[in-house]
Design a binder for this molecule. Structure first.
Ligand SMILES: O=C(O)CC1=CCC(=O)O1
Length: 262
């Protein structure tokens, strides 16, 4: 179990693959820990240095009291990569992880050589929407929103499988302070202008059944970055690395090859 003191918080991370390989870093979505990527890891090419971490308030990382700012979440990723002496990584961020990817690429081009922005946008939701969610969690805990979140995360067919319970448990075991803190960070983030200035190889991935960041929203963000690519996973939801792992891994592998990481 690997922990590091990062930006005043103990952050849990994990390294897999070849320690001397090209670095591939994953940042998870709201209410998920690094197990989000478990199914695609075995499907990726060998020889990569794969780094995953639990953002503050999630998984085995510490959950300091809310509020959190997006700048803190970006600095957490930055300091973790500096701690691990990573440069020139391919950074994959899903949903809030995709906001972290954009913020980190703007701040530290030496760390991020290419990025995958998955099921995300330069701005996710409205301040009102996030405030309503925060109030609901303050009143009833993460459990109060769990069923509606499952509907946004997963296509109907996936919601009828036993695996749904594991993902629901992962969500409801997220500390309320962690979920609220990250919701506040999302509510306060609009990366339209900074992301428009990015010039790096970028792949955007969307799911046709994504109830949180629908394909048009993801494409709008991809279009801010000249030369970016867009891939739609038909039948995929908000977490296509979970409901469509083979296609997700295939598309990511293609991008790893194009960008010279393998
Ligand atoms: O809970 C959702 O609607 C999905 C989501 C939004 C931001 C994020 O990271 O996940």
């Amino acid at each position: 179990m690997k922990m590091a003191a990062i930006n005043g918080t103990m952050i849990h991370y994990r390294e897999d693959g070849d320690p001397d390989g090209a670095p591939l870093v994953f940042a998870n979505s709201l209410g998920c820990d690094l197990r989000l990527w478990d199914q695609i890891l075995p499907l990726l090419p060998k020889g990569l240095r794969i780094i995953r971490y639990d953002k503050r308030g999630h998984g085995l990382s510490d959950a300091p009291p809310a509020p959190y700012k997006m700048g803190q979440l970006v600095t957490d990723a930055e300091q973790l990569l500096d701690h691990l002496e990573v440069r020139d990584c391919l950074f994959v961020g899903l949903s809030i992880g995709g906001l972290i990817a954009q913020g980190l690429a703007v701040k530290r081009m030496d760390l991020v050589r290419a990025m995958v922005i998955s099921n995300t946008a330069a701005k996710i939701g409205t301040a009102d929407l996030w405030q309503q969610r925060i109030q609901a969690i303050e009143a009833g805990g993460v459990e109060a929103l769990a069923d509606s979140i499952m509907e946004r995360w997963f296509p109907k067919a996936f919601r009828e499988t036993p695996a749904l319970h594991a993902w629901r448990n992962m969500l409801t075991r997220t500390p309320a302070q962690g979920y609220i803190g990250c919701s506040q960070a999302i509510a306060g983030t609009d990366f339209m202008t900074p992301t428009s200035g990015l010039r790096l190889p970028t792949l955007a991935i969307a799911g046709s059944e994504d109830g949180s960041t629908p394909p048009d929203l993801v494409r709008e963000t991809a279009d801010l970055i000249p030369g970016s690519k867009f891939h739609l996973i038909r039948g995929g939801g908000h977490l296509p690395c979970v409901d469509s792992p083979e296609e997700y891994a295939r598309v990511l592998t293609g991008f790893l090859r194009e960008t010279g990481h393998v």
